[in-house]
Design a protein around this ligand. Structure first.
Ligand code: SF4
Ligand code: F3S
Length: 106
C-alpha cells in the first residue's frame, strides 16, 4: 500500500486524489491519508505530489514509519476526497519545512 507522509501536512495540494483509480484518499483539516485496504498499489499518485509526500510502505524514508498507522487510523474516520481543490494557504512556504508532524490536525 501507499502512504501519505509528513510533508503533506499544512500543504495538502490534492493533486494526488485526481489520479487515484479507486478513490481511496480521505481528507482531514490539513492532511490527507490513503486507506490501506483500498489502495491497489498502482503508484500513480506518487509522482503527482508536489510535496513528494507519498511513498510505498516498503520505501518510507527514515522517521516516517509512524505514518503507516496514522493513515490506517484516520482513513476510518475522515471523509473521502476524489476531486482536486486549492492547496492550503502558504502551502509553498510550508513545503519541506521540518517538524510538521506536530501540526497534524485530526
Ligand atoms: Fe490510489 Fe494508486 Fe495511490 Fe494507491 S497507489 S492511493 S490506488 S493512486
Ligand atoms: Fe498531500 Fe501531496 Fe496529495 S501534499 S494532498 S499528498 S498531492
Amino acid at each position: 500500500t501507499f502512504v501519505v507522509t509528513e510533508n503533506c501536512i499544512q500543504c495538502k495540494y490534492t493533486d494526488c486524489v485526481e489520479v487515484c483509480p479507486v478513490d481511496c484518499f480521505y481528507e482531514g483539516p490539513n492532511f490527507l491519508v490513503i486507506h490501506p485496504d483500498e489502495c491497489i498499489d498502482c503508484a500513480l499518485c506518487e509522482p503527482e505530489c508536489p510535496a513528494e509526500a507519498i511513498f510505498s510502505e516498503d520505501e518510507l524514508p527514515e522517521g516516517q514509519e509512524k505514518f503507516i498507522e496514522i493513515n490506517a487510523d484516520l482513513a476510518e474516520t475522515w471523509p473521502n476526497i476524489s476531486e482536486r481543490k486549492d492547496a492550503l494557504d502558504n502551502a509553498d512556504e510550508m513545503n519541506g519545512k521540518e517538524g510538521k508532524a506536530e501540526m497534524l490536525e485530526r
